[in-house]
Ligand binder design. Sequence first.
Ligand code: SF4
Length: 337
Amino acid sequence: MAADNVLEIKNLHTYFYMDDGVVKAVDGVDVELRRGKTLGIVGESGSGKSVTSLSVMGLLTGTKGKIAEGEILLDGQDLVKLSEEEKRKIRGNRISMIFQEPMTSLNPVMKIGAQIVECVLQHENISKKEAYKKAEEMLRMTGVPRVEHMMKEYPFQLSGGQRQRVMIAMALVCKPEILIADEPTTALDVTIQAQILDLMNQLKKETGTSILFITHDLGVVAEICDDVAVMYCGRVVEKGDVKSIFAKPSHPYTQGLLNSIPHLGDDGKELQSIPGNVPNPKYMPEGCKFAARCPYASDRCRKEEPPFFSVDENHISRCWLCEDGKAAGAGKEEGGI
Ligand code: SF4
């Protein structure tokens, strides 16, 4: 495992064993999260991005999902091989997670202060008084006003943005090595979304926590990520550092995602959506899984699945059009934000 990677996911296959067949939600994913950096995993719903994060957190228990193959290396330790008890110790301590809707994770009948204190006490052997102080400090770092007052409030008394800040405080109070953020700003309005992204950027610098950021929105990726992996049908189809991906989006799916977000100066220009739908995971087509929606699809694409081709240093794409080193859609408009 490379020393500057805190997390390496290798050849991960997470399958759901349903009564009427097997759904290969994650089908051979390889991604790396660099220490102190943010990796964005991007894709539409059904791409496998959230199942990848749940696999890392060991949160598939109680579902029909199972890791069928692969490794999830946290500083070289394979999380797939750990017992439930060992995984529970890692959650919250070394890896924390925040979700789209904080109300589903906060206890509605417990005061905010008590919930953060409980988190601290679960992971640290300190007094209640010290834990309360620590909780207050962390909440202050997230920029909420009237911290002493908020510690005594219940979740329903807070706005959506404030609740998300509380979740971030709870996730970071034990200084995890990795924060997994699954669409943490999707339910918020645009100005609050920008504030939460700023906050995550700032806390990443202050605490050194590495972030795995799950989103469907490449605009958000541009704001917060250092590296990106674009997922489609349970596979990574393009990955690389954020500057290279935005300067030279080389997979037609990435290009489609970029064309569907507004750019400054696009006044009057119609946004394009990607035609068609993600294939039914129970009946995956042969060849490139994007072929039915791709404007460049050839007979070869429909028969043979492409491997990864190099686009640039630290930038690869799983598309036949990149085979000769030329990016797909070369000569077309670039997708920078
Ligand atoms: Fe499109 Fe073919 Fe590239 Fe798949 S391999 S994305 S179908 S051009």
